[in-house]
Write a protein that binds this ligand. Structure first.
Ligand SMILES: Cc1cc2nc3c(=O)[nH]c(=O)nc-3n(C[C@H](O)[C@H](O)[C@H](O)COP(=O)(O)OP(=O)(O)OC[C@H]3O[C@@H](n4cnc5c(N)ncnc54)[C@H](O)[C@@H]3O)c2cc1C
Length: 397
């Protein structure tokens, strides 16, 4: 068990029972941390852990500590790096690929400058690459624009779907119960006694955590219906030229083109899946249950144009795979981790907003400590329900 400190475990009250709804990265880690603290925990998911419809269900997710001058997420990402690393040791699985993350930006970019200062303050190792050094080390990247880069050598890629499955397997191995079931919206006020599933099973617990990602608005339409904005996000994999190893690690790291107004980022050729390109700009509203997940031809065209500019050797590369996923945005991109206003023992944890995956372990620790009463539930105002608006003004990247 890796997440709870001895002090926290010693301070833990008598074992209680918890039900966690949703086995994406947030729910899996919350269940794991509650179990690690010595409680009885049941984890439920309607489509299975990190399923194809979930936000956590992709091949890979970036883990990086640079968040501009934002200390909260810089520290959480740094903490999560250690906990993901511990999980790899515990399971023997190569879930965290420390292949480096390269932030491309123009020399005067304020966000990049804020990142440098915060990374120094938090003690995260990074290096600055001049335009000339960038071109020397990464000739595959076209940097004529004068872009410079921040390199985080200890960050990289998480094998997302596999990682969530590993957390759930560890949770079960240590005594947690996992159930494939759809949970119905609870009604009433005060203290919730039990949940109802589609199998008409009643799940009793002392407290309940809903980590339903993009479904949080459907689960709690009155409270979160207008505060979680699921958006359609497209991901495209281009095939690399035969025999060319310059697009795989260690020659090629994860990259984020922060100077680019199309908001592009991507991954090298990991496990021979192809060169992954994604758009960080929010797409149209998206229903995670019912919509098809076929990438729009205009997105493929836009990705191709971008690749031809930045990675000229891939200008004519074929599309070898694609995915449609959804971000589950809050109004500004801050997570929502708070108590339900009508129930004293019901919590929700979500709003990963396109950057949540890496933070799964830290969110698990944070949420478990509050739900069990080991920490003050009101310590991080940015995660509160009260701070979430009903119009989108993104400020966290
Ligand atoms: C294309 C894309 C790229 C991204 N890139 C990055 C990245 O590089 N780095 C990063 O850190 N983050 C990234 N993110 C964001 C990150 O993946 C999400 O913030 C994170 O996965 C959200 O996890 P979650 O557990 O909150 O939600 P989910 O993974 O969606 O999990 C919610 C779960 O709840 C279950 N559920 C819902 N309703 C019910 C019910 N009634 N009963 C039972 N179960 C239910 C669902 O089946 C689902 O499994 C990206 C997201 C996308 C879509």
């Amino acid at each position: 068990m890796v997440t709870m400190s001895r002090r926290e475990r010693a301070g833990s009250r008598k074992p209680e029972t918890y039900a966690v709804v949703g086995a994406g990265v947030f729910g899996a880690w919350i269940a794991y941390c509650l179990q690690a603290a010595g409680h009885k925990v049941i984890l439920l998911d309607e489509y299975g852990p990190a399923g194809s419809r979930s936000s956590s269900g992709g091949e890979t997710r970036i883990i990086r500590c640079a968040y501009g001058s934002d200390e909260v997420y810089t520290r959480m990402a740094n903490r999560s790096l250690s906990l993901w690393s511990n999980l790899c040791e515990q399971t023997g699985l190569n879930l965290l690929r420390r292949i480096g993350v390269l932030w491309l930006a123009m020399p005067d970019n304020e966000y990049a400058q804020g990142s440098r200062e915060m990374l120094r303050k938090v003690g995260v190792r990074f290096e600055d690459l001049s335009a000339a050094e960038l071109a020397r080390r990464y000739p595959q990247i076209e940097s004529k624009s004068g872009a410079v880069a921040i390199n985080e050598p200890e960050s990289g890629a998480l094998m997302a779907r596999q990682a969530v499955h590993a957390v759930v397997e560890q949770f079960v191995k240590f005594g947690g119960v996992y159930r494939h079931a759809e949970v119905k919206t609870p009604h009433g006020k005060g203290r919730l006694r039990s949940l109802l599933t589609n199998h008409r099973e009643s799940i009793a617990a002392d407290a309940f955590v809903f980590a339903c990602g993009p479904w949080l608005g459907k689960m709690f339409p009155d409270v979160l219906g207008k505060r979680i904005f699921p958006t359609r996000q497209e991901v495209i994999f281009f095939g690399i030229p035969a025999g060319d190893d310059s697009f795989e690690p260690p020659q090629m790291p994860v990259w984020i083109d922060f100077g680019d107004n199309r908001g592009m980022y991507g991954f090298p050729d990991i496990e021979s899946r192809g060169f992954k390109i994604a758009f960080d700009h929010h797409g149209p509203a998206f229903d995670p249950d019912s919509e098809d997940r076929l990438v729009a031809p205009e997105k493929i065209k836009a990705a191709r144009e971008y690749v031809a500019e930045r990675f000229p050797a891939l200008a004519n590369a074929p599309v070898v795979d694609s995915r449609v996923c959804q971000y589950e945005n809050t109004s500004n991109g801050d997570f929502v981790i708070d108590r339900h206003p009508d129930f004293e023992n019901v919590w929700f944890a979500g709003g990963g907003s396109g950057h949540g995956f890496k933070h799964g372990p830290a969110v698990g620790e944070y949420t478990a400590a509050r739900v069990t009463g080991l920490a003050d539930p009101a310590v991080e105002p940015r995660f509160s329900l009260a701070s979430k608006g009903i119009e989108q003004h993104r400020s966290v990247y």
